[in-house]
Design a binder for this molecule. Structure first.
Ligand SMILES: *[C@@H]1O[C@H](CO)[C@@H](O)[C@H](O)[C@H]1NC(C)=O
Ligand SMILES: [Mg+2]
Length: 253
């Protein structure tokens, strides 16, 4: 009799302990996974292209730079700097990327939660180019959708203050189209960075095409552009150079 009740106590305790361990595991592992993934991404984003936080220019470069005007870099948002994912309230998230998002917010007007994924190296890229160029973000997205994202990307640095949205686009063949003239009236001193070949060809001579960012891919497109953008700011007029190294001029004609 004594033996049987001992056995029962051990059995119940065993079950309770197992339940506790499993419960804790279910709570802790997803968090741990989230944390490890972030840490891994920071590690993966180590880059051999390192720009000092201040410009160490030679006297010759400095005087060259003083001869030309400071340029404006017009940045597209979606698929160039970030990719976003909409999930309608009450809907099951379908095909949502499995990597950790960087930012999310609820947009009442769309009845959806928006998950934002930064393109790799974006922070480093913005830090650098904001020292070289005046930045303007030009998105064909609606202001209510884009502005919380841009506030997040800016992180209080005040570098993404100049913004153009859908209402600044021109309607062309039933589609929204951008013109860099909206950002800077002087075409010799403005460069557009966009993933859309349509936008690039309608701004031929002032555009650099970047491939669309796919969430989770090991993308180095932004960091690889730094040396080119660094060189471009020394030119008197960006157009002869950009016409020569992109195919959009011939596209547009
Ligand atoms: C470029 O990004 C836009 C969103 O800004 C997207 O709708 C479009 O499909 C992308 N274009 C290409 C060529 O991938
Ligand atoms: Mg785009």
């Amino acid at each position: 009799m004594q033996l049987k009740s001992d056995f029962l106590i051990i059995y119940v305790f065993g079950l309770a302990t197992m339940g506790l361990v499993m419960g804790i595991t279910c709570v802790v592992i997803p968090r741990l996974w989230f944390f490890l993934e972030r840490a891994y991404r920071v590690f993966m984003e180590y880059t051999p292209i390192i720009y000092q936080s201040e410009d160490r220019l030679s006297p010759v470069s400095k005087s060259r730079l003083s001869l030309v005007a400071r340029k404006t870099l017009v940045l597209d948002m979606d698929n160039t700097m970030i990719t976003s994912w909409f999930i309608k309230s009450g809907k099951k998230p379908e095909n949502k990327p499995r990597i950790a998002h960087d930012f999310k917010f609820y947009l009442g007007a769309y009845g959806a939660t928006i998950y934002v994924y930064k393109r790799p190296y974006l922070d480093h890229f913005l830090d650098r180019v904001s020292k070289w160029y005046d930045l303007t973000v030009f998105t064909s997205g609606a202001e209510i959708y884009a502005s919380p994202i841009l506030d997040f990307l800016d992180r209080g640095r005040g570098i993404l203050k100049s913004r153009l949205y859908r209402q600044h686009c021109i309607e062309q063949f039933g589609m929204w189209s951008k013109s860099v003239l909206q950002a800077c009236p002087d075409l010799s001193n403005v460069v557009l960075l966009d993933n859309s070949s349509k936008e690039c060809s309608s701004n031929a001579g002032n555009a650099i095409l970047i491939r669309s960012y796919e969430v989770g891919s090991r993308d180095q497109a932004l960091i690889n552009l730094l040396p080119f953008l660094d060189a471009l700011r020394f030119l008197k007029d960006v157009r002869p150079m950009l016409e020569r190294c992109t195919r959009f001029k011939s596209f547009a004609q």
